[in-house]
Ligand binder design. Structure first.
Ligand SMILES: Cc1cc2nc3c(=O)[nH]c(=O)nc-3n(C[C@H](O)[C@H](O)[C@H](O)COP(=O)(O)OP(=O)(O)OC[C@H]3O[C@@H](n4cnc5c(N)ncnc54)[C@H](O)[C@@H]3O)c2cc1C
Length: 401
């Protein structure tokens, strides 16, 4: 079972997975979603996250399909989980410095790994699944081989990493980001912060033997091996929410290029009235980590971008040029003599960094980042915790009708 066999990197596979899962998104999901049945058997959850991550399939499509079969009340749990993703994206969008700080601290942690042999040995053992905590080692290998872990396994794994193995949380978040097919700057960084007791200051997540045993249906029972308490990691309080940039629109009359990118391979805006002379698709291979992503992650990203590019070629008249970094993006814009790039808004992360680098160059084209209505409506509500955000779900769902 390879990662790309379990998660074929194309939209057709995403639609098939959604169609198969939708009947189970109501009561079945609410009752069974916390059970981790192991690799290739994650049948109580949707496993849609790799495709949602790059929007080969969108949150709106998933919500609409599920609500085509269930009432909001019946599918409440599942819809709420999809909105966790939206909430984390909005939260980070309102506080981009948290991502910058994570990357600065991560570089320091990787320097420590180079200079401290004890830390390096413990880090290598954790990443390769050689800690002698059987469940943890199993999940490390499952992640490396399949590019996916069940949500509960992610919580247990992160908790054991931080509180039992006493490894820096940033290195664990980085291990995830390099191996998860759905690795996402917002969901990943903020979930690790949450387990560590930084996101909701003082509130940590402690993995317990009985909980692991129950929700793996007895596959694991790590008795006496796990930390008995989880003291929050010391860190500065989260910054106050900033403001979102105002909505952007394409300016008519400019030589314009269309840029697809791996944060949104299904842009939700019309291109009919725009005179496009070129198109590109951006899938950065760097900017997530000082280390390289796992081959399956790089392979998924490249193939997903190619799949989207092929579908868009018919709509925009030519095959988008693949680009992988800010320099290649700049070269493309210069070669096409572009005055404007029209692109779906890139949330905080490597794509946004590439666009910011390009924008900082002299003679850079204007960049019109179009925010999807779904994000524009939801992100401003991510100012505090998920519970105040959750109150807005019914109106956000109504807006999709
Ligand atoms: C330490 C840790 C790291 C994580 N890293 C990531 C990550 O890099 N990328 C990522 O997409 N998710 C991440 N998650 C959240 C969650 O574990 C995954 O989204 C979920 O397991 C994906 O599996 P699924 O598609 O079967 O989810 P389902 O249960 O079927 O949920 C449907 C969709 O809702 C969204 N979702 C569900 N739960 C969450 C959640 N808790 N937070 C945010 N979105 C959620 C996902 O897009 C998911 O595809 C992380 C959680 C933890 C505890």
């Amino acid at each position: 079972m390879t990662a790309l066999t379990l998660f074929p990197p194309d939209r057709t596979a995403a639609l098939e997975r959604l169609a198969a899962f939708a009947p189970k998104a109501g009561r079945d999901y609410a009752a069974r979603r916390n059970y981790d049945h192991g690799p290739g058997a994650h049948t109580s959850v949707s496993t849609l996250s790799p495709w949602l991550r790059c929007r080969l399939i969108t949150e709106e499509e998933v919500i609409r399909t599920v609500l085509g079969r269930h009432s909001l009340a019946t599918a409440e749990k599942f819809i709420q989980e999809v909105f966790w993703r939206t909430y984390w994206k909005g939260w980070l969008q309102l506080r981009p410095s948290v991502w910058d700080q994570y990357r600065t601290d991560l570089r320091r942690r990787h320097d420590d790994v180079q200079t401290q042999s004890g830390l390096r040995d413990r880090w290598e053992a954790a990443c390769s699944g050689a800690t002698e905590i059987r469940c943890f080692d199993f999940w490390a290998r499952e992640l490396r081989e399949t590019g996916y872990l069940h949500n509960h396994a992610r919580m247990w794994f992160a908790s054991i990493w931080i509180f039992t193995l006493e490894l820096p949380w940033e290195l664990g978040a980085d291990f995830f980001l390099r191996h998860l097919l759905d690795g996402d700057p917002a969901s990943n960084t903020l979930s690790w912060r949450w387990v560590a007791g930084i996101q909701t200051p003082g509130k940590t997540y402690l993995a317990r033997t009985s909980n692991i045993s129950k929700f793996t249906e007895g596959r694991f029972h790590p008795r006496w091996q796990l930390a008995g308490e989880a003291r929050a990691i010391e860190a500065p309080a989260p910054p106050a929410a900033g403001i979102l940039p105002p909505p952007d629109t394409p300016r008519p009359g400019l030589r314009s290029g269309f840029l697809l990118h791996e944060d949104d391979l299904s842009p939700g805006f019309a291109l009919e009235n725009t005179d496009l002379i070129a198109a590109a698709v951006l899938a950065p291979q760097t900017g997530f980590s000082p280390l390289h992503p796992a081959p399956h992650v790089a392979g998924f990203r490249t193939a997903a971008a190619k799949d989207a590019a092929e579908r868009w070629a018919g709509r925009i008249g030519s095959a988008p040029t693949p680009v992988t970094d800010a320099q290649a993006l700049e070269n493309w814009a210069a070669a096409e003599n572009l005055e404007q790039i029209i692109t779906p808004r890139a949330p905080v992360g490597p794509v946004a960094d590439c666009l910011a680098t390009l924008a900082s160059r002299p003679d850079a084209p204007r960049i019109a980042q179009i925010t999807r209505d779904y994000d524009q409506r939801a992100w401003p509500h991510a100012t505090r915790g998920f519970f105040p955000f959750r109150k807005h779900i019914p109106e956000l769902v109504d807006a999709l009708a």
